[in-house]
Design a binder for this molecule. Structure first.
Ligand code: ATP
Ligand code: FE2
Length: 323
């Protein structure tokens, strides 16, 4: 089985190529901004501009031709509609021109399935922490269910917003991490876990106020911000593991590249005699390989390319798991 997958839910245009279970190529080009957040139409324009080149690079690296493919998949949602539409358009064109089956894939679930492919985990709780998404997901009662999630912003967007406020630039997550290494001074911040969900908007306001007051060092705020928000995430993830009686934690999403989050996740797992699985960074962030692998798993869900569509608001638990 030789497959190609297209990721385009937000700022990343990614193409993955997989043969059987081996990733032959995973190439991406990401829309970035000097200041401010992501402008959906601008990100879509970026994807329009780079899609051909990224596909070419991936095909060259994988040493294959489009006609050799057995399957094409694309991320149908959740995500920004203008960006998703570019992915859909390209996927449809390729499927039609080369007469290949076309499989729409859920972006959040593909973060989990690629983690299962490249680590040894079997039935994990996924802590998925990216820019827009923050969810604790596990398979229970024949569905991937969301056991906890953010009530407002994704944790990546929260980190980026605080970093932007302090003039650190985008993406802010890695910059706050670098600063956090210079401190061990924990400042008390609002810790908001409501049942199984987390909320970060109050924490963001509080951090901005503290920064503006000029009484705190930025490295202490960066350190305390990470300690607080990661503890919130791991509290919810741990409770989901206890509730589902699962012994595996899998990390996913761009924020999971953070070494401190990884360390805290490992400690939590050790303490409850569970195992922590962390895919490599290029598979944690948005990427084409995960959509490609999801397409392989879901090959029986191929659709007629005329009927293929986007689902910007599709939820993890809307997906029928039949693979
Ligand atoms: P999604 O569409 O799934 O919401 P996304 O488009 O936000 O994903 P990702 O690449 O999964 O993209 O995640 C990007 C986020 O990850 C940014 O908010 C960025 O600041 C954050 N990030 C990346 N590296 C680190 C790091 N080392 N520490 C903390 N945050 C990080
Ligand atoms: Fe993602």
């Amino acid at each position: 089985m030789l497959a190609l997958g297209i990721e385009s839910t937000a700022h990343t245009w990614g193409i993955g190529i997989i043969k059987d279970k081996k990733i032959l190529a995973n190439i991406k080009d990401t829309y970035t901004t000097e200041k401010g957040g992501i402008v959906p139409m601008e990100a879509a324009k970026h994807h329009e501009n780079v899609y051909k080149e990224v596909i070419e690079k991936a095909l060259t690296q994988a040493k294959i031709k489009l006609k050799d493919l057995d399957l094409i998949s694309y991320s149908c949602g959740p995500g920004l509609a203008p960006c998703l539409r570019v992915g859909l358009k390209v996927a449809k064109e390729l499927a039609k021109d080369y007469n290949k089956p076309l499989v729409p894939c859920n972006h959040c679930i593909s973060h989990l399935e690629i983690g299962k492919l490249v680590t040894d985990c079997k039935d994990p709780v996924l802590l998925y922490v990216s820019g827009a998404n923050t969810q604790v997901i596990a398979f229970e009662g024949d569905k991937y269910r969301i056991f906890g999630e953010t009530l407002d912003q994704g944790v990546g967007n929260f980190l980026d917003a605080f970093a932007r406020h302090t003039g650190l630039g985008f993406p802010g997550g890695p910059k706050l991490y670098e600063l956090s290494l210079k401190s061990k001074n924990l400042i008390e911040l609002p810790y908001v876990v409501k049942g199984m969900d987390v909320s970060v908007s109050g924490l963001l306001t509080n951090l901005k106020q503290k920064y503006d007051a000029g009484k705190y060092k930025i490295e202490d705020l960066a350190y305390s911000c990470q300690e607080t928000v990661f503890a919130m995430l791991l509290e919810v993830a741990e409770r989901a593991m206890a509730h589902c009686q699962k012994k595996e934690l899998l990390l996913g999403g761009g924020v999971a590249c953070n070494k401190r989050l990884q360390e805290m996740a490992k400690t939590m797992c050790e303490e409850r005699n569970a195992e922590c699985f962390i895919p490599p960074n290029d598979l944690l962030v948005d990427n084409g390989a995960m959509i490609c692998w999801q397409g392989v798993l879901e090959q029986k869900n191929a659709v007629n390319s005329e009927k293929a569509d986007i689902k910007p608001y599709e939820r993890t638990d809307d997906v029928v798991v039949n693979w």
